[in-house]
Design a protein around this ligand. Structure first.
Ligand SMILES: Cc1cc2nc3c(=O)[nH]c(=O)nc-3n(C[C@H](O)[C@H](O)[C@H](O)COP(=O)(O)OP(=O)(O)OC[C@H]3O[C@@H](n4cnc5c(N)ncnc54)[C@H](O)[C@@H]3O)c2cc1C
Length: 437
């Protein structure tokens, strides 16, 4: 059943579409039954969450509010090590993930100048947040950061026709050499997003020189089997924060040792643990990286999201016709990066948007594209390296122009914003030199 009477008819229509043709017009991922993982199906867990929800249902819920019941339930092999560093825990798919580390508080002094103007004096704006996230970010850009993350689903495909199967799922061409990685949208038949993934073609690609992680031996966007200390692992050279970096995948049983090895090896380079606040918000927003469930939803296409770099491959795939058409057609909206031009236009306390706010023109009219979709802030977060509070939003063509001035409504106030980038060009390091260095 729908929650509340006014949602009932629309939810009924969307569910009927979903059941009869496989996808709804409006993204319902947040209501998809597949969001319930095995960890959340026990009678005890369901009862505790339901009790908590009952208390909260008429409450004012902060956008970053964290559930308290039934936690911690999924913890990584390096949970204790992160907890010793005074991690502030957020939950994703049941996993405990550090959002930031209080142990990095000393960095606030180091970066005091850069952080001026980026602190959030308002209690609501700064709830479930810390300026330490911004300091961790700046430290990572200047030195080295390590992120311990368990939130990603990992699917392993094995079999004789696996390449054909993956080709049919993905927009990007996946019949690539062993050791290559492919970042690709996954679409519904309507050409809208159902996911975005990095697919690595694994095989026997043991690095010839076992520990050679140099640019020549381990090129960007490739995967290799490596040994980190005593730990055998897969590494992919890619970065969601726009740095020279690797994602390292190792067995759970070796996680603790892996964390120690990386921390010890990084000590000479002043390595710091950084939280998901950097990984998921500050770092990615400066780079213009899109996030599923925020920018990437079934209502928008790769053309509108600026993710058509794969072109149209020969092989057939789900959503191909709609995707090819959307590349040819004029976009009804384009995903843009905006910055807040004035945090206190009427004086008083500077305010910082948190996401989902309406975007309006300078006359206060909400922007609506020709498909009836309203412009709103899909992601909000500070970009410490560019010294601005950044927003992403899909804008109709008339407004998707760099330098264009618009407004965002937040808590009854209106704040001037400026279009910084139309499309997916990164604000920080637009040439991606750091990733390729
Ligand atoms: C006490 C109470 C007070 C509420 N107050 C408000 C309020 O003030 N304002 C508000 O907006 N919302 C309120 N709600 C919530 C609102 O009533 C629901 O969100 C809304 O009615 C859901 O509509 P629906 O059509 O999705 O589902 P329902 O109205 O639950 O309709 C589902 C229908 O499916 C039928 N059904 C179930 N299984 C089968 C089956 N196997 N085969 C055939 N039929 C089946 C059921 O009998 C039912 O008729 C309240 C709810 C409750 C319980």
């Amino acid at each position: 059943a729908a929650v509340w009477i006014k949602e009932g008819p629309a939810i009924g229509e969307m569910v009927a579409q979903w059941m009869t043709r496989g996808y709804p017009d409006v993204d319902l991922s947040e209501a998809n039954v597949n969001r319930f993982y095995e960890y959340g199906t026990s009678r005890q867990w369901v009862k505790d969450r339901a009790d908590e929800l009952y208390q909260e249902i008429y409450g004012i819920i902060h956008p970053a509010e964290q559930w308290q019941s039934g936690r911690p339930i999924r913890t990584s092999a390096f949970y204790e090590q992160q907890d010793d560093l005074d991690a502030r825990w957020f939950e994703a798919a049941g996993w405990e993930r550090p959002q930031w580390f209080e142990s990095n508080e000393d960095l606030l002094d180091v970066y005091a100048d850069e952080l001026e103007g980026l602190h959030r004096p308002n209690e609501w704006d700064s709830r479930w947040w810390s300026p330490i996230i911004l300091a961790e970010h700046l430290h990572m850009r200047d030195h080295v950061g390590m992120v311990g993350d368990m939130g990603f689903g990992i699917f392993e495909f094995v079999g004789s026709d696996v390449v054909d199967y993956i080709e049919r799922m993905a927009v990007g061409r996946c019949d690539v050499d062993v050791g290559k990685t492919v970042y690709t949208p996954i679409l519904a038949e309507n050409g809208g997003f159902v996911s975005d993934l990095t697919i690595a073609r694994l095989g026997v690609v043991q690095s010839v020189t076992e520990e050679d992680m140099s640019h020549e031996a381990f090129a960007p966007y490739t995967a290799q089997e490596i040994t980190v200390g005593e730990t055998d692992a897969w590494a992919m050279r890619l970065s969601y924060v726009g740095e020279l970096g690797w994602e390292i995948y190792a067995p759970m049983s070796k996680g603790r040792r892996l964390w120690e090895t990386v921390a010890e090896a990084g000590a000479d380079y002043d390595i710091r643990p950084v939280g998901m606040g950097v990984y998921g918000t500050t770092g990615r927003m400066e780079k213009g990286y899109r996030l599923f469930g925020h920018e990437l939803e079934i209502d928008y296409t790769p053309a509108e999201a600026g993710l058509t770099f794969h072109g149209v491959k020969d092989a057939d795939f789900v959503g191909k016709d709609a995707y090819a058409e959307s590349i040819e057609a004029d976009d009804a909206a384009t995903l843009c990066t905006l910055s807040v031009a004035d945090h206190a236009p009427e004086g008083g306390e500077p305010r910082f948007m948190l996401g989902n706010e309406p975007v309006m023109d300078t006359d206060g009219q909400v922007l609506v594209d020709e498909e009836g979709r309203r412009s709103y802030v899909t992601s909000a977060g500070t970009g410490p390296s560019v010294g601005k509070h950044l927003l992403m939003a899909y804008l109709p063509p008339d407004h998707a122009e760099e330098g264009n001035r618009l407004q965002v409504e937040y808590m009854g106030g209106r704040y001037p914003v400026e279009v910084e980038v139309v499309g997916s060009r990164p604000l920080f390091d637009p040439g991606n030199d750091r990733i390729r260095s």
